[in-house]
Design a protein around this ligand. Structure first.
Ligand code: MUC
Ligand code: MG
Length: 367
């Protein structure tokens, strides 16, 4: 079975409620649907979510790099030759979501060919994950109201609170209000998207001592090398590297350099193959992992839960699997549902991603 074509289709779905955080905001899911076609008629599907403010990719750049660079390099290979595929794609240093979507689409083909679910092929640890919901910037009382709504409606009891605003005291107020209103039983952690300095982060962590945080993520830039190490040494909870440690080599650098003590794995940027490398490295180093969310739609979320549930170490903590709730619509024929704070892996061969042709026709941007 050979790869004969790679399609990169731009689509745009508005958010009902935009997500705001220290490094940007998202009002529309301007994503790219990636389909890898084979000569035997099997088609692998995944989505690439551009995050221009984080990785520099845009919808247009993802399509250009797939059409002009990546597709011509992999057409003619078989879906089993993933090491060859990656050796070719990795000649290019950047473009993480374009590479990740191709990787996941290839796994989808392998699963379909074997008649087995990708989550099982990856590891098959469990069939579901607990869900963590991200709360973006808003006045404290609105953040509390959103967390209460999500808890009451979906049973979600883990929240990642976006911080990194100026002054940092706005975020401290929001976190204190969340703990006070939601009570001791919910899990809370914070993500600064590099918005604070090391000193502001340290002050905020001191003022949040009684909140009982689960983790602190990317509070200050990893490029402030000594400041970040100084902060991580003082941080009372595991300090997650997200956008500062994407690939295995960056994980090595950040962990061994003392700039992080936990890692966010996002299939949107490392697919399944490179995510597995990072995960196994973290297991070897004894470093906790959280399945992160790159502001994924439902297709991306199907991929994240398939990977997270496949592995013991990736399913230990709640995964960030609920961003799609803030979108007005999506492309799947059968929408994902979160019940009792849990999302199940899609049943069926491959990734079991079934795109509704009418919805794709409505939201695609290229015709
Ligand atoms: C996160 O964990 O940082 C915000 C930017 C991005 O790339 O992902 C999100 C969530
Ligand atoms: Mg993050």
């Amino acid at each position: 079975m050979k790869i004969v074509r790679v399609e990169a289709i731009p689509f745009a779905i508005p958010y009902a409620k935009p997500l705001k955080f220290a490094s940007g905001e998202v009002h529309t899911a301007d994503h790219v649907l990636v389909r890898v076609h084979t000569d035997e008629g099997l088609v692998g599907t995944a989505e690439a979510p551009p995050r221009p403010f984080t990785y520099g990719e845009t919808q247009e750049s993802i399509i250009a790099v797939i059409d002009k660079l990546f597709a011509p390099q992999i057409v003619g290979l078989t879906p089993l030759e993933r090491e060859v595929v990656h050796a070719r794609l990795d000649r290019t240093v950047g473009n993480p979501t374009a590479k990740a979507a191709i990787d996941m689409a290839l796994w989808d083909i392998l699963g379909q060919a074997a008649g087995m679910p990708v989550s099982g092929l990856l590891g098959g640890c469990t069939d579901r994950m607990r869900v963590s919901h991200m709360i973006g910037f808003a006045p404290a009382r609105e953040m509390v109201a959103e967390a209460e709504r999500v808890r009451d409606r979906y049973g979600i009891t883990t929240f990642k609170v976006k911080v990194g605003r100026q002054p940092y005291t706005d975020d401290v107020t929001a976190c204190l209000a969340l703990r006070e209103n939601l009570g001791p039983d919910v899990e809370l952690y914070i993500d600064g998207n590099r918005g604070w300095s090391a000193a502001e982060s340290a002050r905020a962590l001191r003022e949040l001592a009684d909140v009982g945080l689960l983790f602190a993520e990317e509070l200050c830039p990893a490029d402030d090398v000594l400041g970040r190490r100084w902060l991580v040494e003082r941080c009372p909870v595991p300090f997650i590297a997200d956008e500062s440690a994407i690939r295995a080599a960056e994980v090595t650098r950040e962990i061994l350099g003392g700039s992080a003590t936990a890692i966010s794995v996002k299939t949107a940027r490392t697919g399944f193959t490179a995510s597995q490398r990072v995960l196994h490295e973290c297991e070897g180093l004894g470093v906790p992992v959280v399945m992160g969310n790159q502001i994924d739609g439902q297709i991306g979320t199907v991929c994240t839960v398939a990977f997270g549930a496949a592995h013991r170490s990736a399913s230990r903590y709640a995964g960030e699997l609920s961003n799609f709730l803030d979108m007005t619509d999506d492309l799947l024929t059968e929408p994902l549902t979160i019940e009792a704070g849990t999302l199940r892996v899609r049943e069926g061969a491959g990734l079991a991603i079934h795109v509704d042709p009418e919805k794709l026709a409505r939201y695609r941007q290229d015709i």
